[in-house]
Design a protein around this ligand. Sequence first.
Ligand code: PGA
Length: 259
Amino acid sequence: MTRRPIIAGNWKMHNLVSDSIALVQEIMNKLSDENINDLPTIVVAPVYTSLYSVNETINKCGCGKIKLGAQNCYFEEKGAFTGEESTQMLKDVGCEYIIIGHSERRGYFNESDEMINKKAKAILNNGLIPIICCGESLEQRENNETDTHIASQIKAALNGLTNEEIEKSVIAYEPIWAIGTGKTCDAIEANRTIKEIRKTIAQISNENTAQAVRILYGGSVKPETIKEQMAQSDIDGALVGGASLKAQSFVDIVLGAKK
Ligand code: PGA
């Protein structure tokens, strides 16, 4: 089973429109000599206000190397939901991927597993790809609750999805204690946890589906860590926060993920 690697940059709440355009342009410039077939799928997820302009910049280049992602969405199509964006609206502005269930959304904005499941369904119904985040806190890890916690997050997020929909989805394993802390999860341990995620997926679908789903690692991924991470059997790429905000470090991660 070959799973095409993905490197996704989660820009979080950073960059004005002009900064976003400059960053994606610089990334594309640095990748201009690379053959697209050798590269992982590359996704950048700017803030909502930059999506339109970043999409235009990507399209002007026409190289097809960079895909656009959003950092969140709402599951309803339209209506009186002040401050929210639907998956259709994000598709309209050029998004192909939508990150959901990030621990910052779960933590600061009280997003529940049920909401994340509804968002996953809305994203897939619109022909887009969800990047579904899961991961344990330090306390859960210390209490040996990592595997049970993640299994319950995965079962809830994928509840009611067909095997085909599960196969299209991307999972990001992001231990909360590793996000933005500089403390990367040991690659072997990240791989073990990701194998556990595949076991959970196999339980709710089947082994083929579990082997086909792309599962990323996220949490302080840097150019220096990516090679060891990609050398693991079950890590299919990375969701990158801090290191995606500088073109050089993001490109170094992308090139480090070339198979
Ligand atoms: P980080 O963030 O790379 O800055 O740790 C990862 C993420 O939150 O997706």
